[in-house]
Design a protein around this ligand. Structure first.
Ligand SMILES: NC(=O)c1ccc[n+]([C@@H]2O[C@H](COP(=O)([O-])OP(=O)(O)OC[C@H]3O[C@@H](n4cnc5c(N)ncnc54)[C@H](OP(=O)(O)O)[C@@H]3O)[C@@H](O)[C@H]2O)c1
Length: 358
């Protein structure tokens, strides 16, 4: 009997792990929708994978995961074209190391917009289509960069997602350098790197995974986070970095596994019966469910130095800050507000003026 192929959306499917995952799913007979921001650059990739897998039906649709408008347009076209959605893989990510502080066109810091708000909005808009599938699964692609949060010095500062207060008020008046879609060169203590902002976004994505999984549980939609621990970077990706990060990226890539290694992890987490019903979890590259790191020994005594080393260098645990319910709620609220706002900066301007003492 002919079974209808299951439908999977992979964002950022034109390079690296997303491209390898497209090939894996197409090769297994899935109906893959490559959701890419440049259909022009992605078209030859699709042709190549279609030729190699014999799957002429691989679809290519335009999606910029940093833009509310693009996400809404994508969700509408997808819903008109497909009856349901079985698997949604949020693989696309912004990590242009060395670039200056930048806002997207909606006025949100670009790494957070692309890696957190975008996945939230897309999942929300496709919820109805996911509900129609038998065993729908959403995969948020994470990173082992979140290990930086094992350091007690590392905090989750969400205050500069729309520029500093001074930059924000200037932007609201339309007079400052920080306008939606523009970059601002920061110097001195104001400067913080893409590396740190990317790290923050991947931790926020894990927090979001924890809350969204609960919200979607009644619909039978599983939402998990896969903690990628490195993959060779493509030339195109490394070219987006500043010179020092380019050198580092190329060196690091010599020691990392091919993108296919992680793509082969996306597949079982979103298709295998063993993962059915598992939701809200952080899964490592060995396909094991990770646990929040303990802060004491089972006897309640402080951790020994060797325990801490084992926890921070291994892949069994993730930083316990991910379980902070107040921060989880804050991340969710930021996603909700930025998914529905009509114009950039509105709510921040309102929040800023509300917080000024009379
Ligand atoms: N490689 C690693 O060592 C590593 C380590 C930890 C986590 N990860 C995670 O693994 C995932 C895949 O990364 P990768 O290594 O395969 O890197 P990659 O080859 O650079 O893939 C990233 C993809 O995201 C797309 N993308 C970026 N911004 C986008 C936007 N606004 N809208 C739509 N697509 C956008 C890129 O498209 P363009 O070609 O148009 O730029 C590209 O196709 C990411 O989530 C990354 O954070 C990777």
């Amino acid at each position: 009997m002919n079974q209808e192929p299951r439908i999977v959306i992979i964002t950022g499917a034109n390079s690296g792990i997303g491209k390898a995952a497209t090939e894996r799913f197409a090769g297994e007979g899935y109906q893959v929708v490559m959701a890419c921001r440049s259909t022009e650059r992605a078209a030859p990739v699709r042709e190549d994978i279609a030729r190699r897998t014999g799957m002429a039906t691989i679809d290519l649709m335009e999606l910029d995961t940093s833009s509310r408008e693009s996400i809404a347009a994508f969700a509408e076209s997808f819903a008109a074209r497909y009856p349901r959605l079985d698997i949604l893989i949020h693989n696309a990510a912004y990590f242009n190391h060395g670039e200056s502080y930048r806002l997207n066109r909606d006025g949100i810091e670009i790494a957070f917009a692309t890696n957190v708000v975008g996945p939230y909005l897309l999942t929300s808009l496709l919820r109805e289509h996911l509900r129609r599938a038998d065993d729908p699964r959403v995969l948020n692609v994470g990173s082992n960069i979140i290990k930086h949060f094992f350091s007690p010095k590392m905090t989750m500062d969400l205050s500069d997602l729309q520029g500093s207060p001074a930059e924000r008020s200037a932007a609201v008046e339309g007079s400052g350098p920080l306008k939606p879609g523009l970059t601002v060169e920061r110097t001195g203590p104001e400067r913080s790197s893409v590396y740190r902002r990317y790290c923050r976004s991947k931790m926020a994505l894990l927090m979001l995974t924890r809350v969204i999984a609960e919200e979607f549980r009644p619909d039978g939609i599983a939402v998990n986070y896969l903690q990628v621990n490195g993959a060779k970077l493509s030339r195109e990706t490394v070219r987006k970095f500043s010179l020092s990060f380019r050198i580092l990226g190329r060196l690091q890539s010599l020691f990392l596994k091919a993108p296919e290694f992680m793509a082969d992890r996306y597949f079982p987490v979103t298709t295998a019966p063993e993962y059915r019903g598992i939701t809200g979890r952080n899964i490592n590259h060995r396909l094991e469910i990770m646990k929040p790191a303990p802060t004491t020994t089972p006897e309640g005594t402080p951790l020994r130095f060797m325990d801490e080393i084992r926890i921070t260098t291994g892949a069994d645990y993730y930083p316990v800050i991910a379980e902070d319910e107040e921060l989880q709620a804050e991340v969710l609220q930021i996603c909700q507000m930025n998914s529905s706002r009509e114009t950039p900066h509105d709510h921040l301007a309102a929040a800023d003026s509300a917080s000024i003492s009379p």
